[in-house]
Design a protein around this ligand. Structure first.
Ligand SMILES: Nc1ncnc2c1ncn2[C@@H]1O[C@H](COP(=O)(O)OP(=O)(O)OP(=O)(O)O)[C@@H](O)[C@H]1O
Ligand SMILES: [Mg+2]
Length: 323
């Protein structure tokens, strides 16, 4: 087997929020590699640590939040230890970020064109004319008429704003694009079409994508691998098709049973009542045990390790050493 050098290497990453009640460990010893051009989806219910993981990787954590352990490497370079100046050099060029709401990320008092051109100017000296042409072609790339270079964010539809953010993220054709629910502010039909476009752009440009969503059905067709997060931990990681064909963790199965349909209500975890734990006081043993239909007494006490089963990693006692 030819081994491809990873583009992104996340090792044992642990991230905590400082709160009055004590530390909240939102990401707990997460390890994850991405190879160049790979599309990896991260799924899990609300509050499982998906955004915190992405923010930590992108060095965008809020001040109350800190990486307390582990490392993140991009092209073999330590991202977490990098000073601000070095970081400025590689942000946008080597990796970029698309967040959930473009309305919050775009500047409301600048036209789309001005924002694209400012970002270009901040990293590369080029004549204004060339920056304009570059901006126009970026908008075309994401399916927006370049006439909208003159539009302000509020004049665009939600879908167009997200597309403008994606255009911004692709300015310097980065190797990695980190996306936190980039389609979730849109209606279901618009989500699907934007998702198709993101995938097509990825095929054209070849970037690797780390893509967070609640929506299993959305990523099922688009991601090469899936990481399932529960209560700050990866509980299953493997090839997307394999996970769908043979989900090993009961939580993965539950998520798959909760496909939102085009017409039906979203996000009902069928057959698994309750919600993810408060991470201030995570349950002992397996974190999923209070909701697990397959729980056994010792699962409430012992924490399951990540175990390799075929090509999948799974954190479940049923695959542990004694089974
Ligand atoms: N500012 C904060 N202070 C304290 N705890 C926080 C803060 N932000 C998030 N958390 C906690 O960290 C955990 C993970 O939050 P995070 O936003 O990463 O989850 P998520 O999986 O992205 O959820 P969602 O799907 O709702 O976006 C949650 O349990 C949350 O309570
Ligand atoms: Mg989130």
């Amino acid at each position: 087997m030819i081994s491809v050098k990873p583009l992104l290497e996340v090792e044992d990453l642990t991230v905590e929020y400082a709160t009055d009640a004590g530390p909240v460990r939102a990401v707990d010893h997460v390890s994850l590699d991405l190879t160049p051009g790979e599309f990896v989806g991260i799924v899990g219910e609300s509050g499982c640590g998906k955004s915190t993981l992405l923010f930590a990787i992108a060095r965008l954590l809020s001040p109350s939040c800190d990486v307390v352990g582990g490392s993140v490497r991009l092209h073999g370079r330590d991202l977490l230890g990098m000073d601000e100046e070095a970081l400025r050099e590689i942000r946008w060029r080597d990796y970029s970020v698309v967040m959930q709401s473009a309305m919050n990320a775009l500047n409301p008092v600048l036209t789309v064109g001005a924002q694209l051109e400012d970002t270009i100017a901040a990293h590369e000296s080029m004549p204004a004319r060339s920056a304009q042409e570059r901006s126009a072609s970026l908008l075309r790339l994401v399916g927006i008429d370049p006439l909208h270079l003159k539009s302000y964010p509020h004049q665009l539809s939600g879908g167009m704003r997200q597309r403008a953010m994606i255009a911004m993220a692709l300015i310097f054709t980065p190797d990695l694009v980190i996306m936190d629910e980039p389609t979730s502010a849109l209606d279901v039909v618009a989500q699907r079409s934007l998702m198709l476009e993101i995938k097509e752009l990825q095929r054209q440009i070849g970037f690797a994508a780390l893509f967070v969503t609640h929506d299993m059905s959305l990523v099922s067709h688009f991601s090469d691998r899936l990481a399932v997060m529960y209560a700050g931990q990866i509980v299953e990681l493997g090839d997307t098709r394999e996970l769908f064909r043979d989900p090993k963790h009961p939580y993965t199965s539950a998520l798959m049973a909760s496909f939102p349909s085009i017409t039906g209500p979203k996000e009902v975890l069928q057959g698994i009542p309750g919600s993810p734990p408060d991470l201030l006081h995570p349950p002992a043993g397996c974190r999923f045990h209070p909701r697990c239909p397959l729980v056994e007494p010792r699962f409430r006490i012992e924490e399951p390790p990540l175990t390799t089963v075929g090509n999948t990693l799974v954190r479940c006692h049923r695959y542990g050493r004694d089974h």
